[in-house]
Design a protein around this ligand. Structure first.
Ligand code: ARG
Length: 603
């Protein structure tokens, strides 16, 4: 479906051309004086120079061609040469009706769908999930849904950090504590126990203990490095411990991501691509891309016009161990082989940007990926506490994700119980749903690359640009629709009006010309949906969805306060309002689904 702006622009282009001016001056934008008009065209000002004519006269020529226009109900020329535009109410209503009939609400899906892989989440196995991983999960999930909504084939991959030094640390610590376990007996050839030698709780304690100890004790650190190396070279007992760590951690991770309503198509990790490393290294050497530098194998990736030094990509350390660069390159080998995607989007902390510059350059330069594969780094900023420093617990430690969500939920529950209209059990469930929306919206409403302040009070507020405010608005719409069904159309019982209403029915009460300024304002906001989605898609920018639904919610609430909806006496008008509300609900619900959360029935 065409966009509103395209319709208006086409009209303006025709008017410019008919008046003898080049159509390229017909650019239309949203009005920056909404009190005066809805859209504006400043093209006459630009054309003035080229045609050596006063802008006002040009504007008048153009406006002369826009009288009795089907799309524009008002075209006003203002000095020095602005053209102020208002949309024809009938046209607007028709546009919304078309939207209502479209499965995608007027968004055009890709004619040639792409295969897009989104690499997000990226937790490190055996370390508890902390708030640093929250952003990747939230943003990545939304990006995945947006790409899918546009009709692409999208694969979400969690890309676990499951192969590094942390594994060596855990093995070393476990051996220190339980040296008699068969995993540490090199001569052992039997089956290893099925049961893991630790619980998730123990595992979470083992890692930080070992990590801290290694920082103080060089010998221990060397042992852990050695264990990492041996694990990577396939020592049987270590692989068995590794498998236990994986089983215990991944089960726990799955629980956590489920709470976040974040889900992955692939649970692959760094370890999965070990098998590609030897051949890849061989290729890099053979083709002359890699060389040794102080014992380490590296590939130069600096380019002439770099204004900051880009160090070489590290392929193997001097002890032969693989590194972060190596696993990311090998992952690209696998992704090309298995999925041959058109695009890969990495949703990772922006402090890792340099790493990805190196990896992308190296992969392109060495032919690990096809030249046409688009590699995109979507770096996000830090989630800070109110003090402007990275978010910490009250005690100053790293805040665990579970605790953070609990804190939000508790706060939410308090607020819900304050203006309570529901039973405690329902309130608790609602608090979960709204709490998650508060966190996700609080995050996504900021441009990803920016740092932001995690502010529990603000995020959980029912007022302002927050998740709970958006949900509150949706719940308000739902409640009006339900009342309408109960009171006004009781004969239909509690059928789902969205799915049961027939086409005939729909035609009978289609959205009509707005009856008030505030209704038109709401309709104008709603009509921007497909335009907004395309910008979000082009820019990979979920925050623009937030900005949009905030505008729609504000416009709706103004309309709600100024309009008798259910109390409207004219039956036809009331039915039309309901039709408009139903579309508003669909728009808002589609948007929050793209953001990765949902609205409760009541709150
Ligand atoms: N595990 C990494 C970390 O916690 C993030 C992984 C991001 N993805 C990637 N392909 N490197 O820093």
């Amino acid at each position: 479906m065409k966009k509103l702006l395209d319709f208006i622009t086409a009209e303006m282009e025709l008017a410019f051309r008919t008046a003898g001016y080049d159509a390229s001056y017909a650019k239309v934008t949203l009005s920056n004086r909404p009190d005066l008009c809805e859209y504006q065209c400043n093209g006459a000002l630009a054309a003035a120079k080229a045609y050596k004519k006063a802008p006002f006269l040009i504007a008048e020529d153009v406006a002369g061609n826009l009288q009795d226009n089907k799309i524009l109900s008002s075209v006003e020329v203002v000095r020095p040469g602005f053209i102020n535009l208002k949309l024809a109410p009938m046209f607007l209503a028709g546009f919304l009706n078309e939207m209502a009939f479209s499965k995608t609400l007027g968004v055009e899906t890709e004619k040639e769908p792409k295969t897009i892989l989104v690499d997000y989440g990226g937790p490190n196995v055996a370390k508890p999930l902390h708030v640093g991983h929250l952003r990747s999960a939230i943003i990545g999930e939304s990006v995945k849904r947006i790409m899918r909504f546009k009709g692409n084939q999208v694969i979400g991959d969690i890309h676990l950090g499951d192969w590094g030094y942390q594994m060596g640390l855990i093995i070393t610590e476990l051996e220190k504590r339980k040296p008699d376990l068969p995993y540490f007996d090199e001569k052992y050839t039997g089956e290893y126990p099925e049961e893991a030698p630790f619980t998730i709780g123990e595992l979470e304690e083992i890692y930080p203990t070992a990590s801290a100890y290694a920082k103080e004790h060089e010998e221990y650190r060397e042992k852990a490095l050695e264990a990492t190396y041996l694990l990577q070279s396939g020592r049987r007992g270590y692989r068995a411990v590794w498998q236990h760590i994986m089983n215990v951690s991944v089960a726990d991770l799955k629980k956590n991501y489920e709470v976040l309503k974040v889900d992955f198509d692939l649970w692959k990790g760094e370890a999965d691509v070990q098998k590609y490393i030897p051949d890849m290294v061989e290729m890099l050497k053979e083709k002359g891309f890699a060389h040794y530098d102080e014992g380490a194998l590296v590939v130069d990736v600096a380019e002439e016009d770099d204004n900051k030094a880009v160090p070489p990509c590290m392929i193997l350390k001097s002890d032969g161990a693989a590194l972060y660069d190596t696993t990311d390159l090998a992952t690209l080998v696998e992704r090309e082989k298995l999925y041959s995607p058109d695009k890969i989007i990495y949703v990772v902390d922006k402090r890792q940007e340099l790493h990805f510059v190196q990896v992308f350059r190296c992969a392109k330069k060495t032919g690990i990926v096809r030249p046409e594969l688009e590699l995109k780094f979507l770096g996000f900023g830090t989630m800070n506490g109110k003090d402007g420093k990275p978010f910490k617990t009250r005690e100053g430690g790293v805040m665990r994700l579970e605790n953070l969500l609990r804190e939000i939920e508790e706060e939410m529950l308090k607020k819900i119980m304050d203006n309570r209209t529901v039973e405690t059990a329902e309130a608790e469930n609602t608090a979960k749903t709204v709490g998650l929306a508060a966190v996700k919206y609080g995050d996504l409403s900021n441009q990803a690359s920016k740092d932001y302040i995690f502010d529990v009070d603000r995020f959980t507020s029912f007022e302002g640009n927050t998740g709970p405010y958006i949900l509150y608005t949706i719940v308000r719409i739902k409640s009006i629709l339900n009342k309408y069904m109960d009171e006004v159309r009781p004969s239909q019982g509690d059928v789902d009006y969205d799915t049961h209403v027939g086409d005939e029915d729909r035609k009978a009460c289609r959205i009509q010309e707005p009856a008030s300024e505030c209704e038109k304002a709401l309709m104008l906001e709603m009509a921007k949906f497909n335009e907004m989605i395309d910008v979000v898609y082009e820019e990979t920018a979920p925050h623009r969805i937030c900005a949009y639904i905030y505008d729609v919610a504000n416009a709706f609430n103004k309309f709600y306060h100024e309009t008798k909806i259910l109390a409207e006496e004219d039956e036809q008008r009331r039915a039309e309002y309901i039709e408009l509300l139903r579309l508003a609900k669909r728009i808002l619900e589609t948007c929050i689904d793209l953001l990765g959360f949902e609205a409760p029935e009541r709150m």
